[in-house]
Design a protein. Structure first.
Length: 309
């Protein structure tokens, strides 16, 4: 399949996800009917969301708990089936795929990192990282070699034979990221992957992701409820409320020019930080990433020691 690299890698148009819908069809333009459905208990988790993500871009979806952001990211590979709308990834219409096509698509075109790791407790770090390649049918020697390379990338060299129960939360999440990286898929989906970590380890994981991104230039959709995290990681971001994107733009644009009171409350604390005359650089344009390849990630010794039990 020929891919037009100038086109966005991810395109979402008019996406809806409705829970509790009794009739198979509904008119998204009929506001009165939508109000009646909501009164009857129907939940509009995602409402008419459209956006694009360019190749090599980190797009952050930010919102409070219950805003619909995790539902949205799960709709992209159809872990949840959208009610309406179109999703295109790498020029392929995910919305039109049957179950067999979806299985192959998920194995090759996307990788996902969840908040709760999802590691297999009876497999060691090396086996967990290589598991997706095993499902693809990659020969053992090849998949283990690729898994070792990914483990080095995330700073876990020497931990290959340990099991998840022997690792701290930060180390488990490193395994999850390595497992996603080894898939070598174009799109990486990350659903609040660092929200359960202690602040110091969380910041370390953010630095790890930024450094990896400068090396591998993945296209990433990252979900968070933390504005500071969104601003540090995102090339662009969207603020979500009650299933709707209320504002899209760069972190700087949204912080400087919030579109309404909801966004204003989100960004009020950060605005003073951003307007400081000596603010640190926390937004990395794509050109700078390409111009400054960095060596492999190695966690600082004191933090790695702190993570060990």
């Amino acid at each position: 399949m020929d891919i037009d690299i100038k086109k966005p890698l991810l395109e979402v148009q008019g996406l809806w996800k409705v829970f509790g819908l009794k009739q198979p069809d509904f008119d998204p333009q009929d506001e009165e009917a939508l109000a009646r459905m909501k009164d009857s208990g129907v939940v509009f988790a995602v409402r008419d969301v459209s956006f694009e993500v360019k190749r090599g871009e980190v797009f952050v979806i930010m919102g409070l708990s219950g805003s619909g952001k995790s539902t949205l990211i799960r709709c992209l590979p159809r872990l949840l089936k959208p009610t309406l709308g179109q999703i295109s990834i790498n020029g392929q219409s995910v919305s039109d795929m049957d179950e067999k096509e979806l299985i192959q698509f998920r194995r090759h075109e996307t990788a996902m990192v969840f908040q709760h790791y999802g590691l297999l407790p009876h497999r060691n770090v090396l086996e967990n990282v290589a598991f997706g390649l095993k499902l693809r049918g990659v020969p053992p020697s090849e998949r283990l070699e690729q898994a070792r390379e990914a483990i080095v990338q995330v700073g876990l060299e020497g931990w290959e034979n340990h099991y998840p129960a022997q690792l701290s939360g930060g180390m488990r999440q490193r395994v999850g990221i390595a497992r996603a990286l080894v898939q070598e898929s174009d799109l990486l989906l990350m659903d609040e992957p660092f929200s359960g970590l202690d602040p110091l380890i969380r910041r370390e994981m953010q630095e790890t992701l930024l450094q990896l991104q400068r090396e591998v230039h993945k296209t990433i959709v990252f979900v968070t409820h933390d504005l500071t995290e969104a601003a540090r990681l995102g090339d662009r971001m969207a603020v979500m409320r009650e299933g709707v994107f209320v504002q899209q733009g760069t972190p700087q644009e949204i912080i400087d020019n919030p579109s309404d009171e909801y966004v204003e409350r989100f960004v009020s604390d950060e605005r003073q930080f951003y307007k400081s005359p000596r603010k640190p650089v926390i937004y990395f344009p794509k050109k700078k990433r390409q111009a400054r390849p960095l060596p492999r990630v190695t966690a600082p010794a004191p933090l790695m020691a702190a993570e060990r039990r």
